[in-house]
Design a protein around this ligand. Structure first.
Ligand SMILES: [Zn+2]
Length: 159
């Protein structure tokens, strides 16, 4: 049976995928803020969708590749987790994501990827940079103008 590894876009946008073929990770579930997305997830889980924690060894494998391609700066902890989970099901699964950095790393790892709604997703999710030092948030940049620490990309819902 072929599985679908579901990034948050799957629950935000909705898809026609059979829930019993769907696998996601705890951090994706925690990022679902809207009632609509949470309800889609609950419904999928009631009908057989699985929530699985990725293994540390697969996380490490993802980070090694992401460092080589320099995508590691663009990947959030959730992105690494979803890639790690997809890696564990490589060959029997398709990763559903609209994140370009995730798609890029997935291709290098030999993971099959399909977008959910690349154009529409931009209306739903926006990105921000958060300082690893002082936690201030900025729209762009790589270095915090306040404390000089590096900035990491974070997902932020558009209101
Ligand atoms: Zn700072």
């Amino acid at each position: 049976m072929e599985y679908y590894i579901a990034d948050s876009a799957v629950f935000i946008m909705g898809t026609g995928i059979e829930p019993h073929r769907m696998i996601t990770i705890p951090s994706v579930v925690n990022e679902l803020k809207s009632n609509e997305a949470s309800m889609r997830f609950e419904l999928a889980r009631e009908n057989g969708a699985r929530v699985e924690m990725p293994e540390d060894s697969s996380r490490k494998a993802v980070m090694e590749i992401a460092k080589e391609t320099r995508d590691c700066e663009e990947l959030s902890a959730t992105d690494v987790d979803i890639l790690a989970k997809a890696l564990e099901y490589k060959g029997t699964s398709v990763l559903l994501t609209d994140d370009y950095a995730v798609q890029n790393v997935a291709r290098i790892l030999g993971i099959e990827v399909k977008p959910v709604a690349q154009k529409k997703i931009k209306d739903v999710l926006v990105w921000q940079k958060e300082c690893v030092g002082c936690r201030r948030r900025f729209d762009s940049g790589d270095v915090c103008p306040v404390c000089g620490s590096s900035l990491k990309k974070r997902r932020k819902r558009k209101i």
